[in-house]
Design a protein around this ligand. Structure first.
Ligand code: ATP
Length: 382
């Protein structure tokens, strides 16, 4: 979808911002460009929508050389979100979002209707926020309007330059989750610039790790963490890359243990093979848990003695979420449910299974790294 072919950008003062860059972003893929300040990320991005022209090489968008496309026409196909969102201060949130489609000739009423849908999509209720002005919003809300506005013309490509850079870490994490959810439904081709490796790892289908004007490694988050291509990348992703890996490794069904299970209307079990059992309702959905000791000495049905299960997650959630959930609820294990429907119980994740899952993920990517090193790194890091 976006293809860089031997692209170099040398500024008038002789600075080489980008040096012989070749890479490709597939349709519907989210690629994060990550690296320290001044390494050429923004320059790379701005060459796609021709805010900056390359010195040599070419950039193809859907097979078409962008240098041959009229910049105005080009930018209609490319949404652009930047850190200082640049909303029009004297226009309402709804009008800000509707501006681009309106400029493109969509009737005003239709553009506003579409804008309201988009605000909803980014988590802003249009009936609450639509009539506000930008200075009546929080930083995080303004960023959401920025995203909604970039999506308004339904461009196939989105360029995002540190879009969540100006908000505090908590809001930032929430915006990232929302954006990931949004991206699952809109599937845009996205180039996303950040200097934050955590953000790059969390959002990217693939990551381009920049050194000075060059890409040092271009691969999946998991591979970059598991097999850094060189010392520079290893240093950039950090000594805690084993920990970071937690956030990119999903819980899979194969990671789960099957504990004893009882149903709500069963009589209390006298003997259990474990210190506790998981309690399910009639549809095999997760209800709670019961301790073996408790069950042995009481009478009645499971329903009367079951405790609510707070520590649970859907399958596919990250190992980091699993670890955080264990800590939050001081739980020795967490229940894992189907991520569709009512939450059919699938099994439990214990700390040792979590560790195994982490090792599985590490081993899968440890193509060029001696296994002993990888294991040491993983074990010592968590
Ligand atoms: N107009 C310009 N003229 C000269 N040099 C420039 C110009 N714009 C950027 N540069 C230089 O090009 C290099 C790359 O800049 P760029 O903005 O692409 O980096 P970046 O990775 O996006 O950095 P940051 O994370 O700080 O935004 C830097 O050394 C910068 O000083």
């Amino acid at each position: 979808m976006i293809r860089f072919e031997h692209v170099t950008k040398r500024y008038a003062d002789g600075t080489t911002a980008v040096d012989d860059l070749t890479f490709e972003v597939a349709e519907g893929e989210l690629v994060t460009l990550v690296g320290p300040s001044g390494c050429g990320k923004t320059t790379t991005m701005k060459m796609v929508n021709r805010l900056i022209e390359p010195t040599s090489g070419r950039i193809l968008l859907d097979g078409e050389d962008v240098s041959a496309v009229d910049p105005v026409r080009l930018r209609r196909r490319i949404g652009y979100v930047i850190q200082q969102v640049g909303l029009f201060p004297h226009r309402t949130v709804l009008d800000n979002t509707a501006t681009v489609p309106h400029l493109l000739g969509v009737k005003r009423a239709k553009a506003r209707e579409r804008a309201a849908e988009l605000l909803d999509l980014v988590g802003l209720d249009p009936s609450v926020y639509g009539d506000r002005y930008p200075d009546q919003l929080s930083g995080g809300q303004r960023q959401r309007v920025g995203v909604a506005r970039a999506l308004a013309a339904d461009p196939p490509v989105l360029l995002m330059d540190e879009p969540f850079g100006a908000v505090d870490p908590v809001v930032r994490e929430r915006l990232q989750s929302e954006f990931l959810r949004l991206q699952q439904s809109v599937r845009k081709t996205v180039l996303f610039v950040t200097h934050d490796i955590e953000e790059a790892v969390r959002l990217g289908d693939r990551i381009a790790v920049y050194g000075d004007g060059r890409i040092e490694q271009f691969d999946t988050p998991s591979a970059v963490l598991g097999s850094p291509a060189n010392e520079y990348v290893a240093g950039f992703v950090g000594a805690d890359r084993g920990l970071k890996r937690l956030s990119v490794t999903p819980i899979e069904e194969g990671d789960l243990e099957q504990p004893p299970v009882v149903h709500l209307d069963d009589p209390l079990p006298r003997e259990l093979d474990a210190r506790w059992a998981v309690v399910l309702d009639g549809d095999d959905n997760l209800h709670g848990w019961i301790s073996a000791e408790h069950a042995r000495v009481r009478t009645g049905t499971v329903r009367e003695h079951a405790r609510r299960m707070e520590a649970w997650l859907p399958v596919g959630a990250s190992l980091k979420q699993a670890f955080a959930t264990m800590l939050q609820h001081d739980a020795g294990w967490i229940a894992v449910v189907d991520n569709a429907g009512e939450g059919r119980f699938l099994g439990v994740l214990t700390p040792s299974r979590l560790h195994e899952a982490l090792r599985r993920s590490t081993a899968a990517d440890a193509r060029d790294v001696p296994r002993a090193d990888v294991e040491l790194e993983t074990v010592s890091d968590h």
